[in-house]
Design a protein around this ligand. Structure first.
Ligand SMILES: C[S@@+](CC[C@H](N)C(=O)[O-])C[C@H]1O[C@@H](n2cnc3c(N)ncnc32)[C@H](O)[C@@H]1O
Length: 324
């Protein structure tokens, strides 16, 4: 075997050790162990850098019932800190650079986002060298409104009770500017192809979309997913609900579980190679990996919290996914 062959062999062995596993650790450290140009699709739902849901996400602080109350009384997004977006951008730029490195040429990067910090995510991915191709919208109607009334603050003002009551009455319908959020944008990015789309597909087995994957009333795949019938035209699109308790499974304490159908759909659209490898560096309860497993693809998962890895492994090990 020549030197190049030996190097290639060594490389693939390196990836083999990670294949179909979830590795515990910080994504930025673990990704470094993945070979260059070896991943077909990265599909992930990173921390959005909202209150406590950042790159230091700790299971106990987030999933504990008491702390969930804290999050409820100070809803995510309430702390309108300008640094939040910049910190997120700086961190996600590093993540996206690593994702660029490990993706095969033409490989896709799908990243769930929040409406408020989407611009930072898309810019980080763009600045890392990936091409922003589109934006999927996952639209749903079930969500809690997070806006707050001001009575509590008016009560603390040093004015008479009469003035307080008057002010409360005047502002009774006026709340903090948080609109009820009913969609999640998903960045669709691609590593530049090596040559034309055709040359790249032949060489790297990735880079085109499978348009046989129809949605809704047998329609060409679009960038809109909705869960509730809105009207006759919208109903023709792909309807995807938030995951039910049955889908998440009874032991799943993760707060931000994504729908399995949506993850499967994005993989069906973009993975051509039967031996393809899907990466999720922020695995959580493992929805992306479960989608990859259901489609008989390889995966590599990473999460910083052992508790979520245990949940994800339990989901992956339950062969009764047909029950979902
Ligand atoms: C939004 S959740 C993913 C949820 C997942 N899509 C699901 O369906 O269950 C993000 C995950 O990123 C993990 N995380 C946060 N910071 C991390 C880091 N620096 N490295 C690796 N994982 C991290 C959290 O533990 C959390 O489980």
């Amino acid at each position: 075997m020549n030197l190049k062959g030996k190097i290639l062999m060594k490389k693939s062995q390196k990836n083999n050790q990670l294949l179909n596993k979830i590795i515990l650790g910080d994504a930025l450290d673990i990704i470094k162990k993945i070979d260059d140009d070896s991943i077909d699709v990265a599909l992930t739902d990173p921390p959005y850098f909202l209150d406590k849901l950042d790159n230091n996400w700790q299971f106990n602080k987030v999933s504990d019932q008491r702390n969930r109350q804290v999050i409820k009384s100070l809803p995510a997004g309430m702390k309108f800190d300008r640094n939040q977006g910049i910190n997120f951008y700086n961190w996600y730029l590093k993540v996206a650079k690593e994702i660029y490195r490990v993706l095969k040429p033409g490989g896709f990067f799908f990243s769930f986002s929040s409406p408020r910090l989407y611009h930072r995510m898309a810019s980080a991915i763009d600045d890392a060298g990936l091409l922003i191709k589109d934006c999927f919208l996952w639209v749903y109607t079930q969500n809690q409104a997070k806006a707050m009334g001001l009575d509590h603050f008016i009560d603390k003002m040093e004015i008479s009770q009469k003035e307080k009551d008057k002010l409360k009455d005047k502002l009774k319908d006026w709340k903090t500017p948080q609109i009820k959020s009913v969609f999640e944008p998903i960045v669709m990015a691609q590593k530049p192809t090596d040559g034309t789309f055709l040359e790249n597909m032949i060489k790297n087995k990735v880079g085109l979309f499978n348009t046989r994957v129809k949605v809704g009333a047998n329609m060409f795949p679009s960038n809109l997913f909705i869960i509730d019938g809105i009207n006759e035209i919208m109903d023709k699109y792909f309807l995807i609900g938030k995951p039910s308790k049955n889908e998440k499974l009874y032991f799943n304490k993760h707060m931000t579980v994504k729908p399995l159908t949506l993850c499967e759909h994005l993989l069906k659209l973009s993975v051509f190679d039967n031996n393809g490898v899907v990466l999720d560096p922020f695995t959580g309860s493992g929805t992306t990996l479960l989608a990859a497993k259901n489609l008989k693809l390889n995966y590599i998962g990473i999460d910083i919290n052992k508790e979520y890895i245990d949940i994800a492994n339990e989901r992956l090990n339950m062969q009764s996914n047909k029950l979902l």
